[in-house]
Design a protein around this ligand. Sequence first.
Ligand SMILES: Nc1ncnc2c1ncn2[C@@H]1O[C@H](COP(=O)(O)OP(=O)(O)OP(=O)(O)O)[C@@H](O)[C@H]1O
Length: 390
Amino acid sequence: MRPTDTSEDDAGGSVRGFRSDIVEVDGFDDRAEDGSLDATARIVDAGADSDDERVVEAALRPKRLSEFPGQARVRDQLSLVLEAARRRGSVPDHILLSGPPGLGKTTLALIVAAELERPIRITSGPAIQHAGDLAAVLSSLDEGEVLFLDEIHRMSRSAEEMLYLAMEDFRVDVIVGKGPGATAIPLELPPFTVVGATTRSGLLPAPLRDRFGFTGHLDYYDAADLTTILRRSAGLLGVDADENGIAEIAGRSRGTPRIANRLLRRVRDWAQVHGSGRVDLEAAHEALGLFDVDDAGLDRLDRAVLDALCRRFGGGPVGLSTLAIAVGEESDTVETVAEPYLVREGFMVRTPRGRAASPRAWSHLGLTPPKEFATQDALPLDDSVGRLGG
Ligand SMILES: Nc1ncnc2c1ncn2[C@@H]1O[C@H](COP(=O)(O)OP(=O)(O)OP(=O)(O)O)[C@@H](O)[C@H]1O
């Protein structure tokens, strides 16, 4: 871990330490040079793709709950938890935020600290590979501080066990010595609040999940909320945008604010270079066409998968690895990058015998499906995805 200096964060609170460790995200192989579709370069990837993007994102984050559009239920629940703790004069329960990337978990963690008017310490599961790493963070927390643990499902087992105790009893046991002579010295901690974020809440062990007094699940945003977010972002970026342009971008953003903000910036670029400078319908059409994002929010990889499924395999079902070979990608890329959105939007179904195209896939590609193609055994997308290999 590389602790950084205390600095003033956009949430208005003081951010201490470990910020540099938060940048790790699940990577994809960069295989553009071999002619593959280069999943890393996807404009519709819901993960943050560069440090520059993180800087822009920081500027666009809402800073208080009242400025946070969408996720009304989670917002109301969180507001209640924080207000009640404030009235009691105590620290709130630990908070777990779960949901797909780019929906606002980090933003809400920063908001929690801002609402509590407490500093926030930021680190992530991958940065905590040993219990000692966690002990160092925990033992330096101040009373009431917020500890944001991003990708909490990726912490090591030994650190998890230390975290249970710290969350429950505000104590860590520091082990001194080795072997039979080793002694556990308890170290009392001041009360603090853990805000954990995870894209895979199913991977969290039950004892850890149980330590969170409040869990908020973030869902994809509807077009109206994305429109509000885009209007706000356009204002902050000083971009002149009309309602048609904003609506067009919202419709192609896969329900994800991070993608919406990224598409807005590319449409702004197009408008400044080729258009009138205004983000309007024409600018949105042209720019998103240039970046291969179609009107359903699908990009080249998504369409290649559907195309292979329909044209080469008659709609399927076909095994994941066969499908991946057909589009020149790794199975993992197809499964984690393209498939979730295709399944969620009803373009593809997963059956015990492999992946199959749905009627929407055929019509999206302008093709007529053969009379019979199997969709009867469709399974919902869930954590079993990894077990349905090809
Ligand atoms: N409700 C919202 N209103 C406005 N902007 C939002 C909202 N939710 C997310 N954003 C913007 O989307 C970007 C990504 O949000 P954030 O980093 O909070 O997502 P995340 O869920 O933590 O993603 P990850 O799982 O990749 O860490 C930020 O620029 C943030 O400002």
